[in-house]
Design a protein around this ligand. Structure first.
Ligand code: COA
Length: 167
């Protein structure tokens, strides 16, 4: 059996993202995206106090991470990434569940995100977790050959009252 799924499903935990983590995050970012975030993007998020965590094994192997910006009544997902070696093992779901927990902890009403129209896997995952398409932002992302790609805007409504009523 491949050791990768075992590593991805074994003992692991979330921890706050810190500047010291950025070397390995930048390595993962470069492998995961054609247009990765820069170190400056991550540093800006850390300085701004965005909600940002990484998921790692007990042995400190990086599995994934996310960054989200809290607003008045919502959390806006800016980056969610599973390290390529561990994709398709269910960790995308684990990261999204944690993000939803973070939003509920803050009493926020919704999570918003943008996703590339061509990102079938991510769109499937978001839809399966209850996100609903709200519209399109034309030419939102850079694409190959100086072209632009549309973003699909998605929202997960969090029914806080129902959650409270349920205890
Ligand atoms: C998108 C991403 C976060 C998903 O994480 P993941 O760990 O690979 O996803 P999971 O293993 O949790 O799979 C989620 C679902 O997508 C499905 N899926 C996987 N690959 C798919 C594909 N190519 N097309 C359609 N569905 C796919 C899985 O079957 C699973 O559904 P299921 O549980 O019903 O079987 C991850 O692939 C990633 O980091 N990609 C690169 C960065 C990126 O695109 N981030 C999102 C930017 S908006």
């Amino acid at each position: 059996m491949s050791p990768l799924p075992a590593m991805a499903t074994g003992e692991r935990g979330f921890q706050p993202m810190q500047a010291d983590d950025l070397d390995r995050i930048m390595e993962a970012e470069a492998r995961a995206y054609s247009f990765p975030w820069s170190r400056g993007n991550f540093l800006d998020s850390l300085r701004s106090g965005h909600v940002s965590e990484l998921l790692a094994t007990q042995d400190k192997v990086l599995l994934g991470y996310y960054v989200a910006m809290p607003g008045v009544d919502e959390l806006h997902l800016l980056n969610i990434t599973v390290v390529p070696d561990f994709q398709r093992c269910g960790l995308g779901r684990v990261l999204l569940d944690r993000l939803e927990w973070q939003a509920r902890q803050r009493g926020l009403a919704a999570i918003w995100l943008e996703v590339r129209a061509s990102n079938t896997r991510a769109r499937y995952l978001y839809g399966a977790r209850g996100f609903v398409e709200q519209g399109i932002r034309r030419g939102y992302y850079p694409a190959a050959g100086s072209r632009r790609e549309d973003a699909v805007v998605m929202k997960l409504g969090l029914d806080q009252e129902a959650a409270h009523a349920a205890g």
